[in-house]
Every structure is written in structure tokens, then in C-alpha cells.
Design a protein around this ligand. Structure first.
Ligand code: MG
Ligand code: MG
Length: 261
């Protein structure tokens, strides 16, 4: 396992600050997560909030990505580009946000329901979030990446959903994407051993229908191949003995949401 950068406690505290700003940025968007808001409006609010709080948008300009947020609606899995498109009642909207502060990235995603959504889509959101936390339970010293991957995949598939394989979680630190890769599918006991001070972004992408994806015409957006919806939840976590330290925090979002996922 070469090139996996372990972080010191001090570095992890800096990463917590970056991730808290990501989490608070998500929370600032909650009142706007309703029919009629354009995704570009969400993007501008997020960019301003990040800059006002001493951060720099982490995705803006990354590989020439044009915006602060990746906003992916319904059949869009990830990497949706903000636009004039308006949110509609019944949509599910994944908002992925990255911040750089003190040289370290924060990275977290949450999928929101716009108004009332179909109960089966509510279940998709619930199960995807549960997949994330099943993965996090395995992000402890001595386990392996495959233990995380297996836990995520098992929970999604047991519930009748499917796991996207083309995109994976990742190490995170001074770079947005570091080693190791953290797939959302795999076998227990395989892959790199988890060590104290590893910081990883765990980010299940779970499809309502089949697992296959297709790249959109804009060169960024990843869609489900069958056009059915997809959900995405992500936390940045530090590997510790016995229990992972979750550096991003959904409680900022969920204190404001009427109906938390
Ligand atoms: Mg992300
Ligand atoms: Mg990520």
C-alpha cells in the first residue's frame, strides 16, 4: 500500500474544520431546496458562504469543473453541473460539496428530497444513507478497504437496489483524491489495511434500478443508463481504533430539514 498518506492528529483537526464548513454550507442550502430554485442559485449561495467563512470552493476549477457544487437530480448520479434548471416537486437532488481551507480538503454529499417524493425513492435515500454508515462502521484500524466495500454493497443489494461501480470513494487530504480508492462493492478481508491516520471519503452511489451508468453530453454528468433515480451520500472520515471519526456532519442539515432522510 504505497503512497497512502497518513495524517497527524493536528492535520485531522484541520480537516475537521474544512469538513465542518462543507457541512454548514449544505445546511445553508436547506431553505432553498424547494420547487422553483435553480441549481445555479444553490451554487452561488454555496460559493458565497464558503468564501465568507474563509474557505475556497474545492471543486471549482478542479479538472476544469465550472462550479462550486456538483448537483445531480434524479437519474443524474454525480457530477451534475449547476444550471438554470429549476428544482421540481418530487425530485431527489444530490449536492456534493468540497472546500479547501488551511491546505486541506473537506468533501461530503447529501441527497435531498424536494417536497413530497415517492415512498420508494424515500426508501432509496434512506438505504443509501444507511449504506454510508455501514461502511463507516468498518473504517477502523486493522480492517481492510474491502470490509467497507462489502458492507456498503451488501446493504444496498439486500434492499433491492444496485451499486455504481465506475465511481468510488477515495483518500482525501491536501489533495481531493488521494490513495486508496474506496469502492462501494467488494469482498471482506481484501484491499489495503486501514491504519490510524488514514482519512477517506466514503461515498455510496446507489441506483434504484440497474447499476449501469453513462456519461452525459456535457462531459461531466454521470447518468443512470436506465434513467431511473440514483442517490449519493458521502462523509469524510478519519480511521481510528475501534470507531471512525466522522469529520463531516449531517446534523447541521438535519436540524433544519422538516423530514430528515
Ligand atoms: Mg464529494
Ligand atoms: Mg468524494
Amino acid at each position: 500500500m504505497t503512497n497512502v498518506l497518513l495524517k497527524t492528529d493536528e492535520e485531522i483537526e484541520l480537516m475537521r474544520l474544512s469538513n465542518l464548513l462543507v457541512s454548514k454550507t449544505h445546511a445553508v442550502l436547506v431553505p432553498y431546496m424547494k420547487p422553483g430554485t435553480s441549481t445555479l442559485t444553490l451554487d452561488k449561495i454555496a460559493e458565497q458562504f464558503i468564501r465568507d467563512n474563509g474557505g475556497v470552493p474545492g471543486f471549482l476549477g478542479y479538472n476544469n469543473f465550472p462550479n462550486t457544487l456538483c448537483i445531480s437530480i434524479n437519474k443524474q448520479v454525480v457530477h451534475g453541473i449547476p444550471s438554470g434548471n429549476l428544482l421540481c416537486e418530487g425530485d431527489i437532488v444530490s449536492v456534493d460539496c468540497g472546500v479547501v481551507m488551511n491546505g486541506f480538503y473537506g468533501d461530503s454529499a447529501y441527497t435531498f428530497a424536494i417536497g413530497d417524493i415517492r415512498p420508494e425513492y424515500q426508501k432509496l435515500l434512506q438505504v443509501t444513507k444507511e449504506c454510508l454508515f455501514k461502511g463507516i462502521e468498518n473504517a477502523i484500524v486493522g480492517k481492510r478497504i474491502g470490509d467497507i466495500s462489502f458492507a456498503v454493497q451488501q446493504h444496498a443489494e439486500t434492499n433491492g437496489f444496485s451499486i455504481v461501480r465506475e465511481l468510488v470513494g477515495h483518500g482525501v487530504g491536501r489533495k481531493l483524491h488521494e490513495k486508496p480508492e474506496v469502492p462501494n462493492y467488494g469482498k471482506r478481508g481484501q484491499g489495503p489495511v486501514l491504519k490510524e491516520g488514514m482519512v477517506i471519503a466514503i461515498e455510496p452511489m446507489v441506483n434504484f434500478g440497474k447499476r449501469y451508468v453513462a456519461e452525459g453530453e456535457d462531459g461531466w454528468t454521470i447518468n443512470t443508463a436506465d434513467g431511473l433515480p440514483s442517490a449519493h451520500f458521502e462523509h469524510t472520515v478519519a480511521v481510528r481504533k475501534g470507531k471512525a471519526d466522522i469529520l463531516s456532519d449531517f446534523s447541521f442539515i438535519e436540524q433544519i430539514l422538516n423530514k430528515p432522510v
